[in-house]
Design a protein around this ligand. Structure first.
Ligand SMILES: NC(=O)c1ccc[n+]([C@@H]2O[C@H](COP(=O)([O-])OP(=O)(O)OC[C@H]3O[C@@H](n4cnc5c(N)ncnc54)[C@H](OP(=O)(O)O)[C@@H]3O)[C@@H](O)[C@H]2O)c1
Length: 326
């Protein structure tokens, strides 16, 4: 089978598609014919050796996919050959075949094609966990989303709207902000051109945002925290801008703001019951058309490395999906 291979941690450009032996599903594992696999920002970090988890070399990047079960290992009863499924894996999704832990495999939802299935669990799982489980977003509250046209950003907009919040989307271009409006954002801020804090103040009558969803970090983080209301919550999602911000803690003290860390992947391992409840909620919203991944690009496996590079260079919108059979 063909797979995008990382042979040494380093520049994304060194990734190559190679012919490798098909994986064999051991006990508790499921072998999947990959029909679609979505790119996420951490894929770019993993291949460069910049992520907290470092897979054994060589490996294929890619952590979420949808496809058809080819075979199951000993003891697997949840799924069988021929089932259409979604799977989360530590790595290995950018390949024609992939082995997943049976516990991380779920049926493709009714009305969902493989592309949407591949782009669903990680981004929507993260954003619901952040906004509901950690942030406890309430109906009528105002949420500021940074990097709002990215993968987790679009999911945060749609989920916050489904929860009855008012959403201010912040991103770096008019095209990105138009997409945010399309998926439900009430207000937009181009933070490449406008003063983030002043615009949030103006849009909230001086009160500030009740909650901030920040997958970007860098220089925007402090401005966003300053734009948070009295007793507001600031969700630390990620650092796509590269720098991990050092925040003056008096900003938390002065307005009794809460700075809340979010680590969805670890939470799924520690608290699978809550993850299951959240996935049921997301499935119900998908059935009602309230959440639906925005797929901006469909990419053949041979071009997956270049697409990971585009995402890491701020050129992606919504989700980029790799189609190994294209
Ligand atoms: N905490 C968790 O559990 C969790 C789970 C999933 C993902 N994450 C993190 O969330 C972040 C976003 O992931 P994603 O998959 O949604 O990524 P994405 O689709 O690439 O979106 C990231 C957004 O960040 C913004 N950005 C600002 N400066 C950037 C820069 N220098 N390079 C690249 N992007 C930049 C871009 O929007 P603008 O151009 O509009 O600024 C971009 O759309 C990542 O840091 C990821 O590790 C965390």
């Amino acid at each position: 089978m063909k797979a995008l291979l990382c042979r040494a941690f380093g520049p994304i450009e060194t990734l190559r598609v190679e012919e490798v032996p098909s994986p064999v599903p051991g006990a508790g594992k499921v072998l999947i014919d990959v029909k679609a696999a979505a790119i996420n920002f951490p894929d770019a970090l993993v291949v460069q050796g910049l992520y907290q988890a470092k897979p054994e070399l060589p490996f294929s990047p890619g952590s979420e996919l949808a496809g058809v079960v080819l075979a199951v290992g000993e003891g697997v009863t949840r799924v069988k050959a021929g089932d259409r499924v979604i799977a989360s894996v530590p790595c290995g999704a950018f390949a024609e075949e992939c082995v997943a832990d049976a516990a991380q495999v779920m049926p493709l939802l009714p009305g969902m094609d493989f592309d949407l299935g591949a782009a669903f669990v990680l981004t929507y799982g993260t954003s619901l966990h952040a906004l509901q489980t950690i942030g406890k977003l309430q109906t009528g509250e105002t949420l500021l989303v940074l990097g709002a046209a990215g993968g987790v950003g679009i999911a945060a907009i749609e989920i916050a709207k489904a929860m009855g919040a008012r959403v201010i989307a912040a991103a770096s271009s008019a095209e990105k902000l138009a997409l945010c409006r399309q998926v439900g954002a009430d207000e937009t801020i181009n933070y490449a051109e406008e003063d983030l804090r002043k615009r949030v103040d103006a849009l909230t009558g001086g009160k500030g945002a009740d909650m901030v969803y920040d997958p970007v970090g860098g220089a925007y983080a402090e401005a966003a925290l300053r734009a948070t209301a009295w007793r507001g919550r600031y969700l630390v999602i990620g650092f796509a801008a590269g720098d991990i911000p050092k925040i003056p803690l008096n900003l938390a003290l002065l307005k009794e703001r809460a700075i809340l860390g979010v680590f969805w992947g670890d939470s799924v391992r520690r608290d699978p019951a809550s993850h299951f409840v959240n996935m049921k909620q997301l499935a119900a919203w998908f059935a009602k058309g309230k959440v639906r991944p925005v797929i901006s690009e469909r990419i053949p496996l041979a071009e997956a490395g270049a697409a990971i590079k585009r995402l890491a260079s701020r050129q992606g919108m919504g989700k980029l999906v790799v189609l190994p059979e294209a």
